[in-house]
Design a protein around this ligand. Structure first.
Ligand code: UDX
Length: 431
Protein backbone atom coordinates (compact mmCIF):
# COMPACT_ATOMS: atom_id res chain seq x y z
CA UNK A 1 0.00 0.00 0.00
CA UNK A 2 1.27 3.46 -0.84
CA UNK A 3 0.34 6.23 1.60
CA UNK A 4 0.28 9.99 1.24
CA UNK A 5 0.00 12.26 4.27
CA UNK A 6 -1.09 15.81 3.47
CA UNK A 7 0.08 18.30 6.11
CA UNK A 8 3.53 17.77 7.64
CA UNK A 9 2.79 19.21 11.07
CA UNK A 10 2.85 17.34 14.32
CA UNK A 11 0.13 14.77 13.53
CA UNK A 12 1.20 14.34 9.90
CA UNK A 13 4.85 13.67 10.66
CA UNK A 14 4.21 11.29 13.54
CA UNK A 15 1.65 9.45 11.39
CA UNK A 16 3.99 9.32 8.38
CA UNK A 17 7.02 8.14 10.34
CA UNK A 18 4.99 5.49 12.20
CA UNK A 19 3.36 4.11 9.03
CA UNK A 20 6.87 3.84 7.56
CA UNK A 21 7.80 1.94 10.73
CA UNK A 22 4.89 -0.42 9.96
CA UNK A 23 6.56 -1.00 6.57
CA UNK A 24 4.52 1.22 4.24
CA UNK A 25 5.92 3.46 1.54
CA UNK A 26 4.83 6.87 2.80
CA UNK A 27 5.14 10.38 1.40
CA UNK A 28 4.51 13.39 3.64
CA UNK A 29 3.44 16.50 1.73
CA UNK A 30 3.42 20.14 2.77
CA UNK A 31 3.18 23.46 0.95
CA UNK A 32 5.96 24.89 3.15
CA UNK A 33 9.00 24.20 0.94
CA UNK A 34 11.53 25.16 3.61
CA UNK A 35 9.97 22.65 6.00
CA UNK A 36 10.09 19.97 3.30
CA UNK A 37 13.75 20.61 2.46
CA UNK A 38 14.65 20.48 6.18
CA UNK A 39 12.71 17.24 6.56
CA UNK A 40 14.58 15.77 3.60
CA UNK A 41 17.75 16.49 5.59
CA UNK A 42 16.21 14.63 8.54
CA UNK A 43 15.46 17.80 10.53
CA UNK A 44 12.22 17.55 12.50
CA UNK A 45 10.53 20.94 13.09
CA UNK A 46 9.53 20.10 16.69
CA UNK A 47 10.83 18.18 19.69
CA UNK A 48 9.22 14.81 20.23
CA UNK A 49 11.09 11.93 21.90
CA UNK A 50 12.17 9.35 19.31
CA UNK A 51 11.13 11.35 16.24
CA UNK A 52 14.60 12.29 15.01
CA UNK A 53 15.74 8.66 15.01
CA UNK A 54 12.57 7.43 13.33
CA UNK A 55 12.81 10.08 10.60
CA UNK A 56 16.44 9.30 9.87
CA UNK A 57 15.85 5.55 9.92
CA UNK A 58 13.08 5.65 7.31
CA UNK A 59 14.49 8.50 5.27
CA UNK A 60 18.01 7.11 4.88
CA UNK A 61 17.99 3.41 5.75
CA UNK A 62 14.67 1.85 4.75
CA UNK A 63 13.88 4.74 2.37
CA UNK A 64 10.19 4.10 3.04
CA UNK A 65 9.62 7.72 4.05
CA UNK A 66 9.98 10.76 1.81
CA UNK A 67 8.87 14.38 1.83
CA UNK A 68 7.54 16.45 -1.03
CA UNK A 69 5.90 19.78 -1.74
CA UNK A 70 4.12 18.38 -4.80
CA UNK A 71 0.79 16.75 -4.04
CA UNK A 72 0.36 15.96 -7.73
CA UNK A 73 3.52 13.84 -7.96
CA UNK A 74 2.99 12.29 -4.54
CA UNK A 75 -0.51 11.11 -5.36
CA UNK A 76 0.49 9.03 -8.40
CA UNK A 77 -0.43 5.44 -7.35
CA UNK A 78 -1.60 6.53 -3.87
CA UNK A 79 -3.86 3.99 -2.17
CA UNK A 80 -4.69 6.03 0.93
CA UNK A 81 -4.43 9.80 1.36
CA UNK A 82 -4.59 11.21 4.89
CA UNK A 83 -5.63 14.77 5.63
CA UNK A 84 -3.56 15.92 8.62
CA UNK A 85 -3.67 19.70 8.29
CA UNK A 86 -4.38 21.97 11.27
CA UNK A 87 -7.88 22.82 12.45
CA UNK A 88 -7.19 25.80 14.73
CA UNK A 89 -9.91 27.75 16.51
CA UNK A 90 -11.25 30.52 14.30
CA UNK A 91 -10.19 33.99 15.36
CA UNK A 92 -12.56 35.26 18.05
CA UNK A 93 -14.77 32.18 17.60
CA UNK A 94 -15.00 28.81 19.32
CA UNK A 95 -15.49 26.55 16.33
CA UNK A 96 -12.72 24.97 14.29
CA UNK A 97 -11.33 26.73 11.23
CA UNK A 98 -11.71 24.13 8.48
CA UNK A 99 -10.39 26.22 5.60
CA UNK A 100 -7.18 24.14 5.34
CA UNK A 101 -9.19 20.92 5.21
CA UNK A 102 -11.44 22.23 2.42
CA UNK A 103 -8.46 23.46 0.44
CA UNK A 104 -6.63 20.16 0.72
CA UNK A 105 -9.80 18.23 -0.21
CA UNK A 106 -10.08 20.30 -3.36
CA UNK A 107 -6.44 19.71 -4.27
CA UNK A 108 -6.79 15.99 -3.63
CA UNK A 109 -9.83 15.91 -5.91
CA UNK A 110 -7.72 17.30 -8.77
CA UNK A 111 -5.18 14.50 -8.40
CA UNK A 112 -7.20 11.31 -7.97
CA UNK A 113 -6.49 9.15 -11.02
CA UNK A 114 -7.45 5.72 -9.66
CA UNK A 115 -9.41 4.39 -6.66
CA UNK A 116 -8.12 5.64 -3.32
CA UNK A 117 -9.30 6.32 0.21
CA UNK A 118 -9.34 9.89 1.52
CA UNK A 119 -9.02 9.78 5.29
CA UNK A 120 -9.53 12.63 7.75
CA UNK A 121 -7.07 12.28 10.62
CA UNK A 122 -7.12 15.92 11.69
CA UNK A 123 -9.56 16.52 14.55
CA UNK A 124 -12.64 17.62 12.66
CA UNK A 125 -16.20 18.41 13.78
CA UNK A 126 -18.92 15.93 12.95
CA UNK A 127 -20.00 16.36 9.34
CA UNK A 128 -16.57 17.37 8.03
CA UNK A 129 -15.61 14.07 6.40
CA UNK A 130 -18.93 13.95 4.51
CA UNK A 131 -18.31 17.52 3.37
CA UNK A 132 -14.87 16.47 2.13
CA UNK A 133 -16.71 13.81 0.13
CA UNK A 134 -18.97 16.46 -1.42
CA UNK A 135 -15.96 18.54 -2.45
CA UNK A 136 -14.21 15.57 -4.06
CA UNK A 137 -17.39 14.40 -5.79
CA UNK A 138 -17.40 17.58 -7.82
CA UNK A 139 -14.32 16.36 -9.69
CA UNK A 140 -14.09 12.61 -9.19
CA UNK A 141 -16.54 9.81 -10.03
CA UNK A 142 -18.01 7.92 -7.06
CA UNK A 143 -16.31 4.64 -8.02
CA UNK A 144 -12.86 6.19 -7.71
CA UNK A 145 -12.79 7.11 -4.02
CA UNK A 146 -14.24 6.64 -0.56
CA UNK A 147 -13.92 8.86 2.49
CA UNK A 148 -13.01 7.61 5.97
CA UNK A 149 -12.70 9.16 9.41
CA UNK A 150 -9.73 7.84 11.42
CA UNK A 151 -9.01 10.19 14.33
CA UNK A 152 -5.67 10.25 16.09
CA UNK A 153 -5.26 9.97 19.87
CA UNK A 154 -1.61 11.01 20.07
CA UNK A 155 -0.29 12.66 23.20
CA UNK A 156 2.61 15.01 22.71
CA UNK A 157 5.68 13.60 24.37
CA UNK A 158 4.59 9.99 23.85
CA UNK A 159 3.10 10.18 20.37
CA UNK A 160 5.21 7.44 18.77
CA UNK A 161 4.31 4.98 21.47
CA UNK A 162 0.66 6.04 21.26
CA UNK A 163 0.69 5.36 17.51
CA UNK A 164 2.49 2.05 17.64
CA UNK A 165 0.80 0.74 20.79
CA UNK A 166 -2.60 2.44 20.80
CA UNK A 167 -5.41 1.59 23.21
CA UNK A 168 -7.72 1.46 20.21
CA UNK A 169 -8.01 2.49 16.57
CA UNK A 170 -11.26 4.08 15.44
CA UNK A 171 -12.34 3.71 11.82
CA UNK A 172 -15.46 5.47 10.54
CA UNK A 173 -16.50 4.24 7.10
CA UNK A 174 -19.49 4.12 4.77
CA UNK A 175 -18.93 0.70 3.23
CA UNK A 176 -17.17 -2.64 3.66
CA UNK A 177 -14.59 -1.96 0.95
CA UNK A 178 -13.09 1.03 2.75
CA UNK A 179 -13.42 -0.64 6.16
CA UNK A 180 -11.47 -3.65 4.89
CA UNK A 181 -8.75 -1.44 3.43
CA UNK A 182 -8.37 0.36 6.76
CA UNK A 183 -8.29 -2.95 8.65
CA UNK A 184 -5.57 -4.13 6.29
CA UNK A 185 -3.63 -0.89 6.90
CA UNK A 186 -3.65 -1.42 10.66
CA UNK A 187 -2.90 -5.16 10.37
CA UNK A 188 0.53 -4.69 12.04
CA UNK A 189 -1.42 -3.95 15.24
CA UNK A 190 -3.30 -7.28 15.19
CA UNK A 191 -0.36 -8.93 16.90
CA UNK A 192 -0.91 -6.68 19.88
CA UNK A 193 -4.64 -7.40 19.73
CA UNK A 194 -5.38 -3.69 19.51
CA UNK A 195 -9.16 -3.17 19.40
CA UNK A 196 -10.21 -1.81 16.02
CA UNK A 197 -13.52 -0.03 16.47
CA UNK A 198 -15.52 0.24 13.23
CA UNK A 199 -18.26 2.83 13.22
CA UNK A 200 -20.12 5.21 10.97
CA UNK A 201 -18.22 8.32 9.92
CA UNK A 202 -20.24 10.61 12.22
CA UNK A 203 -19.73 8.35 15.22
CA UNK A 204 -16.00 8.24 14.62
CA UNK A 205 -15.80 12.05 14.46
CA UNK A 206 -17.72 12.35 17.72
CA UNK A 207 -15.57 9.72 19.49
CA UNK A 208 -12.52 11.98 19.14
CA UNK A 209 -14.16 15.09 20.60
CA UNK A 210 -16.02 13.16 23.29
CA UNK A 211 -12.75 11.48 24.37
CA UNK A 212 -10.80 14.72 24.62
CA UNK A 213 -13.66 16.53 26.32
CA UNK A 214 -14.07 13.73 28.84
CA UNK A 215 -10.37 13.76 29.71
CA UNK A 216 -10.50 17.55 30.03
CA UNK A 217 -13.52 17.10 32.32
CA UNK A 218 -11.52 14.81 34.60
CA UNK A 219 -8.74 17.39 34.85
CA UNK A 220 -11.09 20.32 35.48
CA UNK A 221 -13.02 18.26 38.03
CA UNK A 222 -10.00 17.31 40.10
CA UNK A 223 -8.73 20.90 39.95
CA UNK A 224 -11.95 22.14 41.56
CA UNK A 225 -11.68 19.38 44.18
CA UNK A 226 -8.10 20.61 44.78
CA UNK A 227 -9.47 24.06 45.66
CA UNK A 228 -11.86 22.50 48.15
CA UNK A 229 -9.04 20.39 49.62
CA UNK A 230 -6.96 23.52 50.14
CA UNK A 231 -9.86 25.29 51.82
CA UNK A 232 -10.53 22.48 54.30
CA UNK A 233 -6.99 21.18 54.83
CA UNK A 234 -7.43 17.92 52.87
CA UNK A 235 -4.99 16.38 50.39
CA UNK A 236 -6.09 16.11 46.74
CA UNK A 237 -3.37 13.61 45.87
CA UNK A 238 -4.83 11.16 48.37
CA UNK A 239 -8.33 11.92 47.08
CA UNK A 240 -7.22 11.17 43.47
CA UNK A 241 -5.44 8.01 44.52
CA UNK A 242 -8.42 6.61 46.38
CA UNK A 243 -10.86 7.65 43.65
CA UNK A 244 -8.65 6.20 40.93
CA UNK A 245 -8.54 2.73 42.50
CA UNK A 246 -12.23 2.46 41.72
CA UNK A 247 -12.06 0.90 38.26
CA UNK A 248 -15.20 2.73 37.19
CA UNK A 249 -13.29 5.99 37.64
CA UNK A 250 -9.69 5.05 36.73
CA UNK A 251 -6.55 6.70 38.04
CA UNK A 252 -5.42 8.59 34.93
CA UNK A 253 -6.01 12.31 34.31
CA UNK A 254 -6.74 12.98 37.97
CA UNK A 255 -3.57 14.96 38.70
CA UNK A 256 -4.47 18.41 39.95
CA UNK A 257 -2.45 21.24 38.43
CA UNK A 258 -2.64 24.69 36.88
CA UNK A 259 -5.33 23.65 34.36
CA UNK A 260 -5.13 21.88 31.03
CA UNK A 261 -3.37 23.47 28.05
CA UNK A 262 -1.83 22.39 24.76
CA UNK A 263 -2.93 22.39 21.18
CA UNK A 264 -5.88 20.03 21.67
CA UNK A 265 -7.95 20.15 24.85
CA UNK A 266 -8.68 23.91 24.96
CA UNK A 267 -9.51 24.06 21.24
CA UNK A 268 -11.43 20.77 21.08
CA UNK A 269 -13.56 21.44 24.16
CA UNK A 270 -14.68 24.76 22.67
CA UNK A 271 -15.22 23.36 19.18
CA UNK A 272 -17.25 20.39 20.52
CA UNK A 273 -19.71 22.59 22.32
CA UNK A 274 -19.87 25.01 19.39
CA UNK A 275 -20.70 22.17 16.97
CA UNK A 276 -23.39 20.84 19.33
CA UNK A 277 -24.95 24.31 19.50
CA UNK A 278 -25.45 24.22 15.73
CA UNK A 279 -27.67 21.17 16.30
CA UNK A 280 -29.47 22.92 19.21
CA UNK A 281 -27.77 20.69 21.75
CA UNK A 282 -26.39 22.33 24.87
CA UNK A 283 -23.32 20.45 26.11
CA UNK A 284 -23.58 22.17 29.47
CA UNK A 285 -20.95 20.00 31.17
CA UNK A 286 -18.44 20.66 28.39
CA UNK A 287 -19.19 24.40 28.61
CA UNK A 288 -18.63 24.35 32.37
CA UNK A 289 -15.32 22.53 31.92
CA UNK A 290 -14.08 25.27 29.60
CA UNK A 291 -15.23 27.97 32.02
CA UNK A 292 -13.64 26.22 34.99
CA UNK A 293 -10.32 25.83 33.17
CA UNK A 294 -10.34 29.51 32.16
CA UNK A 295 -10.76 30.55 35.79
CA UNK A 296 -8.15 28.12 37.02
CA UNK A 297 -5.12 30.09 35.94
CA UNK A 298 -6.49 33.34 37.43
CA UNK A 299 -6.97 31.56 40.75
CA UNK A 300 -3.42 30.21 40.68
CA UNK A 301 -2.07 33.69 39.90
CA UNK A 302 -4.11 35.15 42.77
CA UNK A 303 -2.70 32.55 45.15
CA UNK A 304 0.86 33.53 44.19
CA UNK A 305 0.07 37.26 44.36
CA UNK A 306 -1.50 36.88 47.81
CA UNK A 307 1.60 35.14 49.15
CA UNK A 308 4.41 37.26 47.66
CA UNK A 309 5.35 40.93 47.37
CA UNK A 310 4.21 42.67 44.20
CA UNK A 311 7.70 43.61 43.00
CA UNK A 312 9.13 40.15 43.67
CA UNK A 313 11.32 38.15 41.31
CA UNK A 314 9.93 34.72 40.50
CA UNK A 315 11.84 31.69 39.21
CA UNK A 316 9.57 29.84 36.79
CA UNK A 317 10.49 26.23 36.03
CA UNK A 318 8.82 24.91 32.89
CA UNK A 319 7.31 26.73 29.92
CA UNK A 320 5.92 23.91 27.76
CA UNK A 321 2.29 22.96 28.42
CA UNK A 322 3.49 19.54 29.64
CA UNK A 323 6.80 17.66 29.85
CA UNK A 324 8.64 16.07 26.90
CA UNK A 325 7.53 18.60 24.35
CA UNK A 326 8.68 22.04 23.20
CA UNK A 327 5.07 23.05 22.55
CA UNK A 328 3.97 26.22 24.32
CA UNK A 329 0.53 26.52 22.72
CA UNK A 330 -2.06 27.39 25.40
CA UNK A 331 0.61 26.67 27.99
CA UNK A 332 -0.71 27.45 31.46
CA UNK A 333 2.85 28.23 32.50
CA UNK A 334 3.13 31.04 29.93
CA UNK A 335 -0.37 32.33 30.77
CA UNK A 336 0.58 32.47 34.42
CA UNK A 337 3.88 34.22 33.68
CA UNK A 338 2.08 36.87 31.62
CA UNK A 339 -0.50 37.48 34.36
CA UNK A 340 2.24 37.83 36.98
CA UNK A 341 4.36 40.03 34.73
CA UNK A 342 1.35 42.35 34.29
CA UNK A 343 1.11 42.54 38.07
CA UNK A 344 4.64 43.89 38.38
CA UNK A 345 6.63 40.71 38.94
CA UNK A 346 9.97 39.93 37.32
CA UNK A 347 10.02 36.48 35.71
CA UNK A 348 13.18 34.40 35.40
CA UNK A 349 12.48 31.17 33.58
CA UNK A 350 13.94 27.94 32.30
CA UNK A 351 12.64 24.99 30.29
CA UNK A 352 14.62 22.00 28.96
CA UNK A 353 13.13 22.21 25.43
CA UNK A 354 10.67 25.08 25.02
CA UNK A 355 12.98 28.09 25.48
CA UNK A 356 13.47 28.78 21.76
CA UNK A 357 9.75 28.76 21.06
CA UNK A 358 9.05 30.97 24.08
CA UNK A 359 11.81 33.46 23.20
CA UNK A 360 10.29 33.98 19.74
CA UNK A 361 6.97 35.12 21.24
CA UNK A 362 7.68 36.53 24.69
CA UNK A 363 10.52 38.96 25.12
CA UNK A 364 9.64 40.21 28.61
CA UNK A 365 10.91 37.21 30.59
CA UNK A 366 14.54 36.63 31.60
CA UNK A 367 15.59 33.31 30.04
CA UNK A 368 18.15 31.32 32.06
CA UNK A 369 20.60 28.58 31.07
CA UNK A 370 19.63 26.12 33.80
CA UNK A 371 16.94 25.50 36.40
CA UNK A 372 19.42 26.53 39.10
CA UNK A 373 20.09 29.86 37.32
CA UNK A 374 16.35 30.52 37.12
CA UNK A 375 16.08 30.10 40.91
CA UNK A 376 19.06 32.35 41.70
CA UNK A 377 18.15 35.49 43.70
CA UNK A 378 14.41 34.88 43.47
CA UNK A 379 11.72 35.56 46.05
CA UNK A 380 9.76 32.44 45.12
CA UNK A 381 10.11 29.43 42.83
CA UNK A 382 7.20 28.17 40.74
CA UNK A 383 7.29 24.62 39.38
CA UNK A 384 4.89 24.90 36.46
CA UNK A 385 5.70 21.86 34.28
CA UNK A 386 6.62 18.46 35.70
CA UNK A 387 9.78 17.80 33.66
CA UNK A 388 11.83 14.93 35.13
CA UNK A 389 14.81 17.24 35.57
CA UNK A 390 12.81 19.32 38.06
CA UNK A 391 11.91 16.32 40.21
CA UNK A 392 15.18 16.02 42.10
CA UNK A 393 16.53 19.54 42.41
CA UNK A 394 18.82 20.12 45.37
CA UNK A 395 16.74 22.67 47.24
CA UNK A 396 19.17 22.70 50.14
CA UNK A 397 21.85 24.18 47.86
CA UNK A 398 19.34 26.35 45.98
CA UNK A 399 18.18 27.72 49.35
CA UNK A 400 21.61 29.31 49.84
CA UNK A 401 21.20 31.77 46.99
CA UNK A 402 17.48 32.62 46.91
CA UNK A 403 16.16 35.82 48.50
CA UNK A 404 13.26 33.99 50.10
CA UNK A 405 12.58 30.26 50.48
CA UNK A 406 9.15 29.85 48.90
CA UNK A 407 7.99 27.18 46.48
CA UNK A 408 4.75 27.01 44.54
CA UNK A 409 4.61 23.42 43.37
CA UNK A 410 1.79 23.59 40.81
CA UNK A 411 2.24 19.92 39.79
CA UNK A 412 2.70 18.43 43.26
CA UNK A 413 6.03 16.80 42.44
CA UNK A 414 7.63 17.45 45.86
CA UNK A 415 6.92 16.38 49.39
CA UNK A 416 6.03 19.61 51.19
CA UNK A 417 7.03 18.31 54.62
CA UNK A 418 10.59 17.63 53.46
CA UNK A 419 10.95 21.10 51.96
CA UNK A 420 9.49 22.71 55.08
CA UNK A 421 12.07 20.82 57.15
CA UNK A 422 14.84 22.68 55.29
CA UNK A 423 13.19 26.03 55.81
CA UNK A 424 10.95 26.51 52.80
CA UNK A 425 7.39 27.77 52.81
CA UNK A 426 5.75 25.19 50.53
CA UNK A 427 2.54 25.80 48.56
CA UNK A 428 1.33 22.60 46.88
CA UNK A 429 -1.81 22.30 44.78
CA UNK A 430 -4.82 21.08 46.72
CA UNK A 431 -2.92 20.08 49.81
C1 UDX B 1 -4.37 15.20 24.22
C2 UDX B 1 -4.99 13.81 24.26
O1 UDX B 1 -4.53 13.11 25.43
C3 UDX B 1 -4.66 13.03 22.99
O2 UDX B 1 -5.30 11.76 23.01
C4 UDX B 1 -5.19 13.85 21.82
O3 UDX B 1 -5.02 13.22 20.60
C5 UDX B 1 -4.52 15.21 21.81
O4 UDX B 1 -4.80 15.88 23.05
P1 UDX B 1 -1.95 16.26 24.65
O5 UDX B 1 -2.56 17.58 24.32
O6 UDX B 1 -0.63 15.91 24.07
O7 UDX B 1 -2.94 15.06 24.24
O8 UDX B 1 -1.76 16.22 26.23
P2 UDX B 1 -2.35 15.42 27.49
O9 UDX B 1 -1.31 14.54 28.02
O10 UDX B 1 -3.65 14.81 27.19
O11 UDX B 1 -2.54 16.64 28.52
C6 UDX B 1 -3.41 17.74 28.21
C7 UDX B 1 -3.36 18.76 29.32
O12 UDX B 1 -3.95 18.27 30.51
C8 UDX B 1 -1.95 19.20 29.71
O13 UDX B 1 -1.94 20.58 29.92
C9 UDX B 1 -1.68 18.46 31.01
O14 UDX B 1 -0.77 19.11 31.83
C10 UDX B 1 -3.06 18.46 31.62
N1 UDX B 1 -3.27 17.35 32.56
C11 UDX B 1 -3.32 16.05 32.13
C12 UDX B 1 -3.42 17.64 33.92
O15 UDX B 1 -3.38 18.79 34.34
N2 UDX B 1 -3.64 16.59 34.78
C13 UDX B 1 -3.71 15.28 34.38
O16 UDX B 1 -3.92 14.40 35.22
C14 UDX B 1 -3.52 15.01 33.01
Amino acid sequence: MKLVIVGSGYVGLVTGACFAEFGYKTICVDTDEKRISNLNLGKCPFYEPGMDDLLLKHLNNTKLLSFSSSLKESMIDADIVFITVGTPSRRLEDDADLSYVWKVAEQISLNIKKYCLVVTKSTVPVGTTKHVKKIIEKKVIKENFDVVSNPEFLREGSAINDFIRPDRVVIGTENKKSENMMRELYRPLYLRETPLVSTSIETSEIIKYASNSFLATKVAFINEIADLCEAVGANVQDVSKAMGIDQRIGSKFLNAGPGYGGSCFPKDVKAFSSTAKKYNINLSIVNAVHQSNQERINNIATKIINNTNSNATLGLLGLSFKPNTDDIRESTSIKLALLLKNNGYTIKCYDPEAMENAKKEFSSFAYCETAIDACNKTDAIIIATEWNEFRALNFETIGKFVNDKKIFDLRNIYNGNELEKIGYKYYGTGK
